[in-house]
Design a binder for this molecule. Structure first.
Ligand code: GLP
Length: 262
């Protein structure tokens, strides 16, 4: 982790709209893969990166092993959902990226909100302990891969990144967290507007900050306040994204709507 105490080094890029943002984000990922074919990539879910994934898939059409050698680590996953549940991030990623870019199954990592491998080894472990072990395994897997090289993030309206809600410690690692009601409401569309799980596994803020390079995406008017807070607010655990001011290689990629309060 490279920390700087002086003026924020965030690089801001403003593009016209959602499609330009998606294309630019995909370019950053593809550029990183060209530069470093064994790239370790941190990946987000949610509405914002859907366009980026569509551009990546489009780029890979006709190339059999487009992401050959790349390892991916998703930022988070709900607790209690099977990977084929329509609301799970495993399913989201399968549909939007993994099925289309020729990644090896062994190079894809998503926290397991059922801790199935842990429980296969130790069937008597209480669920909360099994989930804690899963979090430790996830941290180890990132370390074994050599650490994250590039991590793409979305931005929650309350400033959350991954599922690190306001108040998350800056030194947090992968762990089980309880989701804010606002976050659950924001994600209800993936559950047919039904119940969104209350618990999730998320990479911690320190895990994310250890990524060598970070790109944060924000699109649309609903993110404008959070974007302005990121730009002008203090570095504080009450606004998790503000932690990014402490890293020296972060690009904040926003479209005009998201940037309208700047
Ligand atoms: C979700 C995800 C985050 C995502 C954020 C914003 O809850 N866990 O990783 O970045 O909220 O989502 P959206 O892009 O849908 O606004």
């Amino acid at each position: 982790m490279r920390l700087r105490q002086r003026q924020s080094p965030l690089r801001w890029e403003t593009v016209s709209g959602y499609d330009a943002l998606s294309e630019r984000a995909a370019e950053r990922v593809l550029g990183a893969i060209i530069h470093q074919p064994r790239l370790v990539l941190g990946l987000p879910t949610g509405r914002t990166p859907e366009g980026m994934y569509a551009h990546l898939v489009q780029h890979c059409v006709g190339q059999e092993r487009c992401f050959d050698g790349v390892k991916t680590f998703n930022l988070d996953e709900y607790v209690g959902l099977k990977p084929d549940h329509p609301g799970s991030y495993a399913r989201y990623m399968q549909q939007r990226l993994f099925d289309h870019v020729g990644l090896f199954e062994g190079d894809i990592f998503i926290p397991d909100g059922l801790a199935e491998d842990v429980l296969a080894d130790e069937p008597d472990l209480p669920m909360h302990q099994a989930l804690e072990r899963e979090c430790e395994r996830y941290e180890r897997a990132i370390a074994d891969a050599g650490g994250l090289d590039l991590t793409v993030l979305g931005l929650g309206r309350n400033g959350h990144i991954a599922f690190n809600e306001p108040g998350s410690p800056f030194d947090s690692r992968t762990r089980v967290v309880r989701l804010d009601d606002e976050t659950r409401r924001a994600n209800a569309q993936y559950f047919g507007n039904g119940d969104v799980p209350e618990w999730a596994i998320t990479m911690g803020l320190a895990t994310i900050l250890a990524s060598k390079s970070i790109v944060l995406l924000a699109s649309g008017a609903s993110k404008a306040e959070a974007v302005a807070r990121l730009r002008h607010g203090p570095v504080a655990e009450s606004f998790p994204a503000s932690l990014l001011h402490l890293h020296d290689d972060v690009t904040v990629l926003v479209d005009r709507e998201a940037a309208r309060l700047l």
